[in-house]
Design a protein around this ligand. Structure first.
Ligand code: SF4
Ligand code: SF4
Length: 317
């Protein structure tokens, strides 16, 4: 990883683990420790925010350069590096990576010790030190990590649930990996033209691969979600095309989530590209009509709406 990138990531609060793994304390974990707050995934799926780890095995590697990405991309800093190829020697082995993630979590909890921060309860603090869930997302494309199955399996052995978020450009990996507790495929474009403009794939076959992953989704075990990252003025059109893709994948859930004007994306987009919750709701209602999915819940602060295939949903934890 170029040293300029490593420095930028550290400045943005990433703990770099080994060559290219990374942990970043989720703001919701900390908010949850300080009071009665939680992220929308606690509300939707029962994931306790204060017991959740946010990490990536490959922070500097991705098959796309989405304009809305919060991470630093090569174009942002005018330095190029191989964003796609990762060998087994290039990464931390899965046991070490999980240990390093847990250690980074402990370090980041330092200021939340109830002895120095009376807003935090002893119980929540101790629970946060023993996480129950890993969100394998953060930044980078996790299916490029050569030990992804092993990482999921080791987490499971330690009684942790896993959410894996992928951009869908590696269908062969999705087909063969150990399935996480909940698998997300992000849909950020209704057609190839929008995809190329907004997601800026590095490989020619990006769109074709994404469609292949989407078709594969219905055959995979575990809970499956399509996340639609909505960017005002850039991809909030053609709901019928989104609906067609969703119906091919038959996910259990659809999360329609507004882009947030944060991180390095502020250098590529405007604050007006972050849609209002009202816009997210209106788009979700169109999707509900076109797919037959049910609007189940919403969290205004995160500008997200949850739709589900079944009328009644059960929690993950
Ligand atoms: S599920 Fe995501 S948003 Fe919620 S606490 Fe974990 S990392 Fe943060
Ligand atoms: S797929 Fe994800 S990690 Fe890759 S550039 Fe897009 S938002 Fe960033």
């Amino acid at each position: 990883m170029p040293s300029i990138l490593r420095k930028r990531l550290k400045r943005q609060g990433y703990h770099i683990l080994g060559q290219r793994g990374a942990f970043k304390a989720c703001q919701w974990q900390h908010k949850s420790l300080l009071g009665d707050f939680s992220c929308y995934k606690q509300r939707f799926y029962g994931i306790a925010s204060h017991r959740c780890l946010q990490m990536t095995p490959v922070v500097d590697k991705c098959t796309q350069c989405c304009k809305f990405c919060w991470r630093v991309t090569p174009r942002d800093i005018g330095v190029s590096w191989d964003q796609v190829n990762v060998s087994k020697e290039d990464v931390m082995p899965p046991e070490e990576l999980l240990d390093a993630t847990l250690a980074a979590n402990l370090r980041s909890l330092g200021g939340y010790n109830p002895e120095i921060n009376p807003q935090v309860t002893e119980q929540k603090y101790n629970e946060a030190r023993r996480p129950k869930h890993i969100a394998i997302s953060l930044a980078g494309e996790p299916t490029l990590y050569p030990f992804l199955s092993e990482l999921i399996e080791i987490a499971r052995k330690q009684n942790m649930t896993t959410f894996l978020v992928t951009n869908g450009t590696r269908p062969r990996i999705l087909e063969t990996i150990t399935q996480p507790t909940q698998l997300y495929i992000t849909l950020s474009a209704p057609d190839e033209e929008t995809y190329k403009k907004l997601c800026r794939p590095i490989e020619q076959k990006g769109w074709k691969n994404l469609l292949e992953s989407q078709e594969l989704l219905q055959s995979l075990s575990g809970r499956k979600v399509n996340r639609l990252t909505m960017v005002a003025g850039l991809n909030m059109h053609k709901p019928r095309e989104y609906a067609t893709m969703i119906l091919k994948g038959e996910p259990d859930f659809i999360e329609v989530k507004g882009y947030m004007f944060l991180g390095s994306s502020r250098e590529r987009l405007e604050s007006s590209n972050a849609p209002s919750h009202r816009d997210i709701r209106a788009f979700s209602e169109k999707l509900a009509t076109l797919t037959g999915y049910h609007i189940q819940d919403e969290q205004i602060e995160s500008r997200v709406i949850l739709l589900s295939r079944a009328i009644n949903i059960s929690k993950v934890t």
